[in-house]
Design a protein around this ligand. Sequence first.
Ligand code: ATP
Length: 256
Amino acid sequence: MDQQKSVINIQHITYRYERSPVLDNVSLTVQPGTFLGLVGPNGSGKSTLIRLMLGLLKPQIGTVRLFDTDVRKFSNWEKVGYVSQKANRFNAGFPATVFEVVSMGLFGPVGLFRFLGKKDRKRVYEALDTVGMKSYTKQPIGRLSGGQQQRVFIARALVSNPELLILDEPTVGVDANAAQRFYDLLAELNREHGLTLLLVSHDVGTMTRYVSDIACLNQRLHFHGSKEEFEENPDFSTLYGYDVQHLVHEHGELTQ
Ligand SMILES: Nc1ncnc2c1ncn2[C@@H]1O[C@H](COP(=O)(O)OP(=O)(O)OP(=O)(O)O)[C@@H](O)[C@H]1O
């Protein structure tokens, strides 16, 4: 029987760093074209789940498949873009231009020292154009604001033309306006380029405006479904497994 291809397929994962499990029997499937928001309190296992998805950690129990291939055998890493939480931390003296940082997305750090062909250069410019940063090409990365740097990191992740983009708390340290523009950009990439997105964020209120689906993690997966289902279900305590007031408050503000 033909199964619809999934971008991410996680089955019954249990993971522990030490004794107690950080993730307990988590299963999650992400279909192409989804914009999934992954939410959960501090320490709920979000980053751990991402590391498992990227094959950086091995689950004690369960399996991870990326584009229908077991992550242990997966090699098409150009299909996967990843922007980590710590990405927007270049200080003013960092000796690389915006162009160089984005070109690293093509070849890794070696890109800095390698001759870029015409096509490669074009891809770098296109990626910068997509995120609205083409006019900053020659600027040192460290002189840009946090929000601008974040866009450059998205461009770096986009330059290899990925089908899946994973972002771990990308708006940390970015002001509210820049964060909103950033979410707009992600929504556009999802809508117009069909990019599958997985966004980890604490900011449930803002995120629900943009995503198509929501997954609520707190060691276990408390909810996974469409944004509409999430918003219709009044029992946030069961859904989210924590901090009910905070969520209802944020959610309330959003719908005013
Ligand atoms: N390398 C590690 N060794 C041991 N314990 C770890 C390690 N990394 C994370 N943990 C623990 O695992 C739990 C989940 O951490 P994780 O970073 O996945 O959560 P998170 O949901 O991403 O948190 P946050 O929102 O604060 O970033 C936490 O209790 C954390 O202390």
